[in-house]
Design a protein around this ligand. Structure first.
Ligand code: FDA
Length: 305
């Protein structure tokens, strides 16, 4: 049953008609549990509240399924504006973004140009930028662009997914750039030709990749809600005297809030991934796919509306 629900939500997350309907009708169905607001300004109080609790933030401007240069440009400008506000308001936050929202599927020149403009603005005010990783067919090009941009912009990171067979090689190839890599299990539906089909293997690879990246001497953003992963990493860093400033934990806004605060109390750096934007629908469906138990919460939200 869980698998049917999971596949159903992944399918719905990719449905363009549902996405545009969601955009038209605004943040609904309990999505505000996972999405801070439809624009950056309205998300600032949420970020402040998290900062006040000792949690750092990465803001994610939600944006997928765009098809025109105008939409890509609009997203770019929105991201730049948010970065500037972040600096003006002195928030403990950085920017995460998806290349598809900036024209990845339109042209290579467009995406590179948009990224350079964002990174120039971010560098000017000292804000870090992370490129989220999307589905596997886009992985190679994302990493190529990351490598190219990283040589010009120090404050840039990206994401590695432990469900992909290629990720161990990717970590080693990227290591000389000394990147801050967020390591995740992976949120898309991928075939067994490119990704481990068994969760056990994804989990095993997750720990292997985090340890490898730390052993390479690089900064790890350990993004998971999984206690088994978190506990194993804590044990590993203690045993190997890995300094506290070489890694941080990351979790999504609204998920495992108690564990986030407990880690802060234990002295670990924790960053919460706070999404905002009108394109909330695909993100929301992926969260439901991950944990169909959240559906009960959402159904309650629907009844209230
Ligand atoms: P997994 O899904 O394996 O669950 C293990 C356990 O964790 C569960 O049994 C439960 O105890 C707990 N748990 C998990 N989800 C929960 C929930 N919703 N509510 C309560 N408990 C829950 N993916 C991607 O492909 N590209 C990206 O760029 C990113 N970026 C990203 C940033 C950050 C900060 C995070 C935390 C995650 C991502 N992801 C991502 C998503 C990631 O790939 C993955 O889909 C989710 O983190 C779920 O995997 P977990 O490791 O959390 O545990």
């Amino acid at each position: 049953m869980e698998k049917v629900l999971r596949d159903g939500f992944i399918y719905m997350s990719q449905n363009k008609t549902l996405n545009s309907l969601a955009k038209k009708y605004g943040l609904r169905f309990g999505a505000s549990r996972f999405v801070a607001g439809e624009d950056f300004k309205t998300s600032v109080p949420t970020i402040r509240e998290l900062n006040a609790k000792g949690l750092s933030v990465t803001v994610d401007h939600l944006g997928e399924f765009i098809t025109t240069v105008e939409e890509a440009t609009e997203n770019r400008d929105e991201i730049i504006r948010a970065i500037e506000i972040m600096a003006e308001e002195k928030l403990d936050a950085y920017m995460s973004l998806k290349l598809t929202s900036l024209g990845f599927d339109i042209s290579d020149e467009l995406i590179e140009d948009n990224m350079r403009q964002i990174l120039t603005a971010a560098q000017a005010v000292g804000v870090f930028v992370a490129i989220d990783m999307e589905d596997e067919p886009r992985c190679e090009k994302t990493l190529e662009l990351f490598k190219k941009l990283k040589t010009d912009f120090e404050g840039l990171g990206t994401v590695i997914q432990s469900y992909l067979y290629r990720s161990e090689d990717d970590i080693n190839h990227l290591a000389p750039l000394k990147p801050n890599l967020r390591i995740v299990k992976g949120a898309y539906k991928e075939p067994a030709t490119v990704a481990f089909p068994e969760k056990e293997d994804v989990d095993h690879n997750y720990l292997k990749l985090v340890k490898l990246h730390l052993a390479n001497g690089n900064y790890a953003s350990i993004a998971t809600h999984d206690d088994h992963m978190i506990d194993a990493i804590i044990e590993h860093v203690k045993l190997n005297d890995i300094p506290l400033d070489q890694f941080e934990f990351q979790m999504l806004y609204g998920i495992r809030v108690e564990r986030q605060l407990e880690l802060v109390r234990q002295g670990y750096k924790v960053r919460v991934y706070v999404p905002y934007g009108r394109d909330w629908y695909g993100y929301f469906m992926r969260r439901l796919a991950e944990r169909p138990a959240n559906v009960a919460f959402v159904l309650k939200g629907m009844v209230k509306k």
